[in-house]
Design a protein around this ligand. Structure first.
Ligand code: BG6
Length: 281
């Protein structure tokens, strides 16, 4: 594949796709097809990656943009991995399109050479890297029957200090607090000060993450039925061996998701998109 801006390298024995473009630099792990870093032209890092992340392919990488697919959260069959298989298999780089404005990579998970088998759905992902960051997940039902799935683009955004952040765009939305198993109503801008794991429904407008010390970001989506907000805080982080103790201060997950059931008829497809941009005032 001829490309000016994308190279391949090895790190911890794992293949990494490295993007070096005048507008941005990015690293994408072959394992999980996972964006691990995205830095804009000013060298500002947009994604959080745990200092304790395990990157040898033995478990999902804690940080960046894991892909949850073909289910979000725990499976009804508890022997199957949380958040599905996509973040646990290698993704092939299928094509690269590039110009002076950015790079678009298309990646596809390789289930055939993995221990996970999926025969009824196919998936590919387009990642657009330039002055903004966009991820699209395309799912197609390749079987002769209706198939249901759920999914999330589980973006870990980097923040300077979670105590200085606020999130707007969720006001008026109903959310499920997964920790209390309670439905509530978002009244104001969201400010996090504790372990948070909430699924917001009917989010209409782009979300804004205001982050003192860094430029605000807009997080927009398409094809989603919900937006998940997650930060384990200190208590939750302690339960996760690959989450460094103080990491919760510098991250927030804002995930475009289909946490409910999406059902596709034979040959029907669905696209879930997340777009993150800097808000310049
Ligand atoms: C979030 C879920 O999307 O992901 C949380 O809402 C979960 O419940 C979190 O704890 C992290 O999941 P994992 O499997 O990467 O530890």
């Amino acid at each position: 594949m001829r490309t000016k801006y994308v190279t391949t390298k090895l790190s911890n024995g794992q293949k990494i796709y490295q993007v070096d473009h005048p507008f941005c630099t990015a690293t994408i792990s072959e394992f999980g097809g996972q964006l691990l870093s995205f830095q804009d032209q000013q060298g500002d890092e947009w994604l959080w990656l745990s200092k304790s992340a395990i990157k040898d392919g033995s478990k999902a990488i804690r940080g960046g943009v894991p892909i949850c697919w073909p289910w979000f959260g725990p499976n009804v069959d508890k022997t199957l991995p949380q958040h599905g298989y996509a973040r646990l298999v290698n993704w092939a780089l299928v094509s690269v399109e590039e110009d002076e404005f950015g790079v678009q990579l298309t990646l596809q998970p390789d289930f055939v050479n993995s221990k996970y088998e999926i025969h009824n759905l196919s998936l590919f992902m387009k990642i657009d890297l330039g002055t903004s960051l966009s991820i699209q997940l395309h799912t197609e039902n390749i079987s002769n029957f209706s198939v249901s799935f759920s999914q999330a683009i589980h973006t870990y955004l980097a923040v300077d200090d979670i105590n200085e952040c606020s999130i707007s765009g969720l006001n008026g939305c109903v959310y499920l607090d997964q920790l209390k198993n309670k439905i509530s109503h978002q009244e104001n801008d969201l400010v996090l000060n504790q372990w948070t794991d909430s699924i917001y429904s009917n989010v209409q407008s782009p979300i804004t993450l205001a982050n003192r010390g860094k430029t605000s970001k807009s997080i927009d989506g398409n094809g989603h039925d919900s937006v998940v907000i997650w930060n384990p805080w200190q208590d939750g982080a302690r339960l996760l061996s690959d989450f460094d103790d103080l990491g919760y201060q510098n991250m927030i997950c804002i995930e475009m998701a289909n946490t409910g059931t999406t059902t596709l008829a034979p040959r029907q497809s669905h696209t879930l998109t997340q777009v993150i941009s800097k808000i310049t005032s």
